[in-house]
Structure formats: C-alpha cells, structure tokens
Design a protein around this ligand. Structure first.
Ligand SMILES: *[C@@H]1O[C@H](CO)[C@@H](O)[C@H](O)[C@H]1NC(C)=O
Ligand SMILES: [Zn+2]
Length: 416
C-alpha cells in the first residue's frame, strides 16, 4: 500500500516544480539580471527622498477617502498610464478602478478605490488568459496621526511601479514577436498575462476584525468570484483568471526574513530564493553586508499557513494560490509613527527592486528580451522626459473629490 502511494506523491510534488532544468529561475539569465540592474538603477527610481522617484510621492498619509489617498491614487494611475512604450503595437497597460462604498466602525459610507493594472498578451481572449498577480495595499492607518506607512505599504507599492517600468520594454519586445510569429511560442506563453493590484482599505479603522480590515481585497475578491466569463471559457470567473497571488507587505526595513507560508506556492518562493542567491553570486547585491539572506534557498520549509490576517485571505479562501511575502517577525516600527522614511533601509529596497522585477521577468519568461542596445538609455531618457511632461500636464487637472475617472481608464472605457 505504502509503495503504491509513494510514486503518486512524488509525481504530485514534481508537478509543482517547473519542468526541465533544476534552477527555478532559469527563464532569466545572468545577463538579464545585469541589464535590469544597469538600465533601471534603483538609485534613480526607488531613492527614498527623491521627489522624481517612485517612492517619495507615496510617503504621505493615505487614509481611505481623504485627499492624501486620492493624491497617491492619481500618482499611481498617471504613472502607469504613461508607460506607453508599447501603445498601438501590442496591448499596453490597462488601468481599471474598482470604486465602492462601505460603512466602517467610525465613519459611514466611506469610498474605497482598488486600482487594477493589467497587461494582456497579444490576441488574448477574455476568459482564456491567466494572470500572474502581484499586489499590495496603498492605504494607511488612521492613527497615529501623520502615519505614512513606509514599509506598510509604500515600499511595496513603489516596487510594483518599478517592476512595471523595468519589465515593460522586454514584454513589448517579446509580445511583438509573439504577435508576428505565434507558432514560435508555447500555449502557456500565449495565454499568460500580468496584473498588479493596489488595494484600498487594508487597515482597520478601529480594531482589526473580519469586518474592520481588508475592505478593498474583500470587495474585489467577491466581485471577481461573482463575475462570470462566457460559457465554455477556459477560466469560468474573473477570479479563476488569477494564476496565483503574490502579496507584498512590510518591506523596506533592515534585517528581515521571509518564510514560506504555503506549500502550494513554495516553488514561487524558491524562484525568489534562487534569484536572491544568483544576485549575490554575480555581485549585484546591495545588501551583502547583512548577515542573513531574505529568503532561504533549498531547505525544507515549515509552512505556517494562514496565520497572518492580510489582503491575501479573501483570495486564499476562494482557492487562489498565495505567496505571502511578509517578514517574520514584523519589523519593530510596525504600526508606529516611526514607520517612516528615516527607518527605511535603501540597500534592502534596492535588493527587492531587482528581486521583484526579475521574478516577474522569470515568470513571464521575458528574461531573454531584457537586452542592452547601444542607444537604449538615450531613448529611455527621452521617453521619460515625455512621460514626465504628460504627468505634469495631468497634474494640473486636479481630481475634484476623487470623482473623475483617470485618463487611462477613460481611454480604454474599462471602468468596473
Ligand atoms: C455614499 O457616498 C456616495 C459617494 O459619495 C454617494 O453617492 C451616496 O449617495 C452615499 N450614500 C449614502 C447612503 O449616503
Ligand atoms: Zn498595517
């Protein structure tokens, strides 16, 4: 009996590991890592104090339904909608807003807004595409007053924007080829897209409970679960289009360690661990002086399961595989006024920038399209100037009370 069961167990275990080569991060080579590091310098995009970077504009109080969060919402949507490298040739980034009202223990009828940023492979069919999904929350705690939630979760949001920036060109290059010569690519590649979710209302207004917390993720998970695609779609609901969810939280502090929480996403955990090791091995790591690595590679893991309340739960409880990237233990500044720019550790943020962008590149298998070409940086600088001008232009048109639909969402007519 035991003998007949054992091979079955083995084959199930193997099904979770990527086939072929033993390295879980084999879809991005050392050159790809080097070019990401060189062409998208974290010093430029993720500097803690640079108003032109992606992090500093988010480091303000962002309580749901206040001017602060509306400002950040606009920053995120404006940024994403100007990442237009691909416009017209293959589908670009699509921005949608999920806006809803809910009562909280201290205030009635609070407006919450989840931001969904999505990119489809060429010729994608609705209901037949799976999305690798990366998420974080962009609201902050209401107390202590002035709380800016640097690790919670300004840094994770900035990391998502950085990742969009860093992989955009590679995705475009690959998907243009895919559009022209679909037969060269696998079914998996042709039906896999990428999605970033910015949740509103993760924090409790009064004290954490099932109903006073995770307002945005609860709403979105339910909405996606109840929205059906056409009969005979490969993926019956919007929720079923989620391949798996990677949730980033409490990142940017020194000396953090990320455990593997769930057995069914341990292979994605191993991708991060393997990338971290390679980044160290080829000398690109910004945090070599820290004693411990962020991930543990190749060791048997103790899976803690769903012991932490966070935005993953509404998806986990509906069967979505979750990779929860949250340190254990929580950094000491957690939910204190000290969770601010001063207590962030740039080398860690920098490492995470390379980790998240290379993870997505690996999972989308665009590693070979991250290339260096002679005038790449010049072209990029020119494009960034144009993007910045567009954003400044947009900035002049203030959103009154969060009512106006951002340009990108209007253009694509894609309000939820
Ligand atoms: C709740 O707020 C929304 C948006 O501000 C408004 O349209 C709606 O009428 C409000 N509902 C109630 C019951 O006050
Ligand atoms: Zn928090």
């Amino acid at each position: 009996m035991l003998l007949s069961v054992l091979p079955l167990l083995l084959s199930v275990a193997n099904a979770f590991a990527p086939p072929g080569s033993s390295s879980p991060s084999r879809y991005i080579g050392d050159e790809g890592l080097q070019y990401l590091h060189k062409n998208f310098p974290t010093e430029k995009y993720l500097a803690i104090d640079d108003p032109n970077g992606l992090l500093q504009p988010i480091l303000i109080p962002r309580v749901p339904d206040t001017d602060g969060i509306r400002e950040v919402q606009k920053f995120i949507t404006d940024f994403v909608s100007t990442q237009t490298y691909s416009e017209g040739e293959v589908p670009g980034w699509d921005v949608q807003l999920d806006v809803f009202q809910e009562d909280t223990p201290i205030k009635e009828n609070v407006t919450f807004t989840n931001i969904l940023v999505k990119r489809d492979p060429p010729n994608a069919k609705k209901g037949h595409t799976g999305y690798i999904t990366i998420a974080a929350h962009y609201d902050t705690l209401i107390k202590p007053e002035g709380f800016v939630g640097a690790i919670d979760s300004a840094v994770p949001c900035a990391l998502m924007l950085y990742t969009i920036k860093a992989i955009d060109e590679a995705i475009t290059r690959k998907w243009k080829e895919m559009k022209a010569e679909p037969d060269r690519f696998s079914e998996h590649e042709k039906t896999t897209g990428i999605q970033f979710l910015f949740f509103d209302g993760e924090e409790a207004f009064h004290s954490w409970s099932d109903t006073d917390s995770t307002y945005g993720s609860r709403h979105l998970a339910q909405l996606m679960d109840q929205t059906y695609n056409e009969v005979n779609s490969a993926r019956q609901t919007w929720l079923a289009e989620m391949e798996y969810l990677v949730l980033l939280d409490l990142i940017g502090h020194k000396d953090t360690y990320i455990p593997s929480f769930f057995r069914n996403t341990h292979w994605q955990y191993e991708v991060f661990a393997s990338l971290e090791q390679r980044i160290r091995d080829i000398g690109l790591s910004a945090r070599m002086d820290e004693k411990e690595t962020i991930f543990t590679e190749g060791k048997p893991a103790f899976f803690r399961g769903a012991v932490i309340g966070d935005d993953h739960l509404p998806f986990l409880h509906r069967g979505v595989p979750v990779l929860h990237l949250i340190p254990s233990h929580f950094p000491p500044v957690w939910h204190k006024i000290d969770d601010n720019a001063k207590n962030l550790h740039f080398p860690d943020i920098s490492e995470w920038g390379l980790l998240t962008s290379s993870f997505v590149a690996n999972q989308l298998r665009v590693g070979d399209w991250i290339v260096d070409y002679p005038d790449a940086n010049e072209m990029r600088e020119q494009r960034e100037k144009e993007e910045k001008a567009q954003r400044e232009q947009a900035q002049k048109k203030k959103i009154p009370n969060g009512k106006k639909v951002p340009r990108a969402a209007r253009r694509r007519g894609a309000m939820l």
